[in-house]
Design a protein around this ligand. Structure first.
Ligand code: ADP
Ligand code: SF4
Length: 703
């Protein structure tokens, strides 16, 4: 690209903006948004379309859909992805392809047949897999698959052909065959763990590769060689029979020119989408290094890349041709554009928290901690970069500079309001300023860093530290609108989900909260019981902290496993292993019933049987209490608002209702976006789509 078109680009990064061929197509640059779920899928087609459009605008060279189920005999309910079962699925997908191509990106569709991973809870079809066996899902559905016989394989090839035709009709440039994460049939054929066949599709690697060879050939034939055909594989499947990295390399060497591109994902989804707590940027490098030498086709790999220099190094060293990204593209759809324009400080780096993943895992719509506009582009008309100009009012006071207050100030500032941000503490960031210092959570700090970096140069945003405001101060400041984002604190009395009232506690036993530990207080030795009725990351993080301080830790949870909710962020198994390896004793299905001077009485949540656990200190990781005192004080003085020039006072973020960080950035965004908007009354707060009603024709013959 000529210099005058990209004046601010650092020449070191030019290589990232070179065009690269993918079979018959050419990507405009090396930024490759690999397929990623979003919790919206077929249920929220327009929300997904507009989300993908922001990636096109943001400069990605290749943009993919999430996995698209090709046939009714294989679907993964309750997870919501895309479907291309019938011609009537084409229009929504065509709209997606059009959005992806709107700024010159190649539009890709990932086609999936889930085989041993698809329980068919919705279609009620008998699952078909390479070899028979229980369906291998997150949810242990009590369903087994029958093995595909030769006729079924012929059918399956025909179904793939239909999906290829429909993909081309929908306007896609690229087709990705999904064989990664243990989820796609291509991996199931290739792996000895899931392929125990004795016919020509089983046994030797050559036989196990037969199906993928047939399908790639038929994809080319069906699309008349006009589309690029890519293959997404796991770089390493564990277990004695798994499709190991060595076998992956053998397979690629044997089929060096089979697909038009090799899309290589780490291993399981948990390994591939590891959180920053457990996985560094570029973590799959060793598994992918050297593969490019085995093929003439381009290679894409992932690694939560947000640093342009790390990307350049991987390309220069011949490790990757394309920089694959899912989460970095969610957190900042404009990542390529910002690198191109040399706007590094504007990059909203993914923090690796996997809240986005939890949206898919819970069948909700995904959120992103960093990009509060994610999946609200169509529903609410929010954009990751552009804000509407301000409305009729001028001034806003934001009290509290945690994620909610910072996001509110940031978006209000961009809209053009005069913003005063007052923070009681001596640093900005609220909870993330504290949590970033905990083991493994350093990346949480990016939530504060990005926003403080954005507001620092804004002349219309004034920030005051060390400024704990009371109602008198707020009334004296004369801002037209007040957002109270004063956060929350952890409880000390065991009240959460199991105990709805405080438990008897002897004051002789030292009882701490996460806030105490984050303030540097709490035990530095001895035996400590952590009671975790929060089930997210905090309990296990504090267990690590206390072990590092020299304590012996008993981790007590009423759940059947540690940090149960982190199943939704793909971390639970890793956390359980980490705790066990650190020598933490996990007491599952237990909860303290009373705290004594020398220990606690534990109750079994199933039988009610009690036992004694001696300890020197207790840490309660249970629930949080909203710090809404300032808001209540302002409400009590509502009669004085008008005289003080105040039109509205709103409570946002954890101060309204404690929740994960992503909820707070969302609350800040919402407040800032909706200021000066007409009141929608009881109307639903976002646009939604409901399924079009079928004309009503019966499947049965007339009469
Ligand atoms: P959230 O996640 O909702 O943003 P946090 O707990 O992270 O909440 O942040 C709340 C912030 O508000 C903290 O940094 C806290 O110091 C600050 N704060 C609390 N009360 C006041 C007050 N009265 N005046 C100014 N700042 C306050
Ligand atoms: Fe990254 Fe967290 Fe956003 Fe997912 S939710 S893209 S992990 S910041």
């Amino acid at each position: 690209m000529p210099k005058d078109m990209a004046p601010a680009r650092d020449p070191r990064h030019d290589i990232l903006f070179e065009p690269v061929r993918i079979g018959p197509k050419t990507a405009k640059n090396r930024f490759y948004q690999v397929p990623h779920c979003n919790g919206g899928g077929y249920r929220d087609p327009s929300a997904v379309v507009e989300m993908r459009r922001t990636k096109a605008e943001g400069g990605w060279g290749v943009i993919f859909t999430e996995q698209t189920e090709i046939h009714q005999t294989s679907e993964i309910t309750p997870f919501i992805e895309q479907r291309i079962w019938e011609d009537k699925d084409i229009p929504a997908l065509a709209r997606m392809a059009e959005a992806m191509k709107s700024h010159g990106a190649l539009a890709g569709i990932q086609l999936a047949y889930s085989g041993i991973n698809g329980p068919n809870l919705y279609t009620r079809e008998v699952p078909l897999a390479v070899s028979p066996g229980p369906i291998l899902t997150f949810t242990s559905d009590p369903v087994q698959a029958r093995a595909l016989d030769r006729d079924d394989i012929r059918d399956l090839r025909r179904w793939f052909r239909a999906a290829f035709r429909r993909s081309q009709q929908a306007g896609f440039d690229l087709i990705c065959l999904y064989g990664a994460h243990g989820f796609g049939i291509f991996q199931h054929f290739l792996s000895r763990a899931t392929n125990q066949r004795s016919d020509e599709y089983g046994g030797s690697l050559e036989n196990r590769a037969r199906f993928v060879r047939e399908i790639v050939e038929e994809a080319r034939e069906e699309t008349k060689g006009e589309l690029g055909i890519t293959l997404r594989l796991s770089l390493h499947e564990g277990g004695a029979l798994g499709f190991s990295n060595a076998e992956v390399r053998d397979f690629i060497e044997m089929h060096r020119d089979l697909p038009d591109l090799w899309d290589l994902a780490q291993g399981t989804w948990e390994a591939c989408s590891g959180t920053s707590r457990f996985k560094e940027e570029g973590a799959q490098e060793e598994l992918v290094r050297g593969i490019k030498a085995l093929t003439d086709k381009p290679v894409v790999g992932v690694g939560r890349f947000t640093s342009a220099d790390a990307m350049v190094r991987q390309v220069r060293q011949g490790i990757l041709d394309f920089i694959g990204a899912a989460r970095p593209s969610i957190a900042d759809p404009f990542l390529p554009k910002k690198i191109e324009e040399g706007r590094f400080d504007d990059i909203r780096e993914c923090i690796g928290c996997n809240i986005c993943v939890s949206g898919d895992m819970t069948g909700a719509i995904s959120r992103c901690t960093q990009n509060s506009a994610f999946m609200e582009e169509w529903r609410k008309g929010w954009h990751p970069e552009r804000m509407r100009p301000k409305g009729a009012s001028d001034s806003v006071l934001v009290v509290g500079a945690g994620p909610a207050g910072l996001e509110a100030a940031h978006i209000l500032g961009k809209r053009g309001y005069h913003v005063t941000l007052a923070e009681a503490g001596t640093v900005l960031g609220g909870r993330v300023a504290r949590e970033r210092k905990l083991p493994g959570l350093a990346a949480w700090g990016r939530v504060a860093d990005y926003r403080t970096g954005q507001i620092a140069p804004m002349p219309n945003v004034e920030t005051y530290l060390d400024s704990r405001l009371g109602a008198d101060d707020v009334l004296a400041m004369g801002a037209q609108h007040v957002a109270i984002a004063t956060g929350a604190h952890w409880r000390r009395d065991a009240v959460a989900r199991l105990h709805l009232a405080p438990i008897p506690t002897d004051p002789a036993m030292p009882v701490f909260t996460p806030d105490d530990l984050m303030a540097g207080e709490g035990p530095t030795g001895g035996r400590v019981m952590i009671y975790d009725d929060d089930h997210f990351y905090m309990g296990s993080v504090l267990a690590e902290l206390l072990v590092a301080r020299g304590c012996t830790v008993d981790f007590v949870t009423p759940a059947v496993k540690a940090a149960e909710w982190t199943h939704n962020t793909l971390e639970q198994a890793i956390i359980q292993r980490r705790l066990m390896e650190l020598g933490v004793t996990i007491h599952a299905s237990k909860a303290p019933e009373a705290v004594h001077d020398r220990g606690v009485t534990l109750g079994c949540t199933w039988t009610g049987r009690t036992s004694d656990l001696p300890c020197d200190a207790v840490v309660m990781v249970t629930s949080r209490v909203a710090d809404d005192g300032l808001y209540q004080a302002m409400k009590a003085r509502q009669a004085e608002w008008q005289g003080a020039g105040i039109a509205s006072v709103r409570l946002i973020g954890d101060a309204a209702a404690p929740a994960p960080i992503a909820w707070a950035t969302y609350a800040g965004r919402r407040y800032a976006e909706e200021l000066d908007m007409p009141d929608r009354g009881d109307a639903v707060a976002f646009r939604r789509e409901i399924a079009g009603l079928d004309p009503g024709a019966s499947l049965l013959p007339a009469g």
